[in-house]
Design a protein around this ligand. Sequence first.
Ligand code: GDP
Ligand code: MG
Length: 414
Amino acid sequence: MEVLSTFLNGKNLESLASNFIPYYKMVTNTCSGLLPEDTLNWIQSALKEGRLEEVASRIQEILAASENAPLNIAVTGESGSGKSTFINALRGIGHEEKDSANTGVIETTMKATPYGHPKYPNVKLWDLPGIGTPDFHPETYLNQVQFDQYDFFIILSASRFTANDVKLVQEIKARKKKFYFVRTMVDTDLYNERKSKPKSFSKERILQKVRDYCLQNLHFEGMSEAQVFLVSNFDVSDYDFPKLEETLLEDLPAHKRHILLLALPDASEAAIERKKAALREKIWLKALKNGVLAAIPLAGFIINDLDTLDKCLKDYRKVFGVDDASLLQVAQKLERPVEEIKATMKSLDLTALIKEKTTVEKLLKLAEGFFSANGGIQGAVFHFGKTYYLHLHFLDVVADDAKILFRKILGGPF
Ligand SMILES: Nc1nc2c(ncn2[C@@H]2O[C@H](COP(=O)(O)OP(=O)(O)O)[C@@H](O)[C@H]2O)c(=O)[nH]1
Ligand SMILES: [Mg+2]
């Protein structure tokens, strides 16, 4: 923030330019960041040369692209491998909800069916037809499902991967697309082993056995170097589900990573932290954009009225699944009154959040400290700083609520 305040007060482009990259790196130190290296360098020299309008519109473009990026995920595998259930799990919706992918039905169609993410409709999961027939031709199949529209492929199996799976993957590889092998239903493997051999049962050993078996099989079919993720579609916080999410995120380009990161279910504290870091970067970029614009005479300034703050808080609550509708769903799932859950949340009451004496005092102190450095606080600059901190404060409170809710879902106390 200091970098912005020095600039706003002294309009010192030289210092803004030289501080820009180190500050950006600091803000994004826990996430990988939306701005690629060449963009960072471009912004730095544009700032130095005072091309502020260009900087503002470039940042705006990048923010918009990250919010509107289309992401198409292909999910394939034999009928019964858990495709529909996996898709519902990634969309974070129950299998009995409306718009959920129908699970447990035998496939009859050869068409790919898209399922939009309920909160981020640009993110689409495609239920691809099974590939179980013996005379499977990967080339025809990929053309039929219009392979080029997908960002990557996920190949599911509930037992072992077949020659057809490998044939398909080799074709996907030849077309320079990414693929991931996912072995579903490991909860069933564990359950069965525990039933049949209760004395010698070891979770780790069974999982290792399943993994080795899958890898051996892939090897046998000609896939020597592969990774297999072991998951249960009924428990996305466990087994390799979190690792699968990490890997998908790592492999995507920055603007697509952002939208997937927001769309993934809040199924671990790490996932919640990831979202928080990504949003913190966005708040900083928006502040920088608005700060830069503020230096241009007559440019619009950041709006700080109650309606806008209310909308912003509501948006954060939605992103982290602590909005009214989500809380009601969780309450029903846990069979608890929704009021009881709401009573433990701090992000529900905007007025209280803003009025909270300590918070406001803290904000004012921070803002004053930063903004008085160069003598005198301009009204607009002060406002700007306060809004920036309020946004960060909202983000913290909402993310904390999300963690509280997550622990309750795992069975924590009320
Ligand atoms: N225990 C367990 N059952 C699963 C899992 N994934 C799917 N199922 C069940 O397996 C059956 C087939 O799943 P479905 O998603 O319809 O498979 P699809 O034909 O590939 O779409 C359904 O009864 C699901 O409830 C899983 O990870 N664990
Ligand atoms: Mg299905």
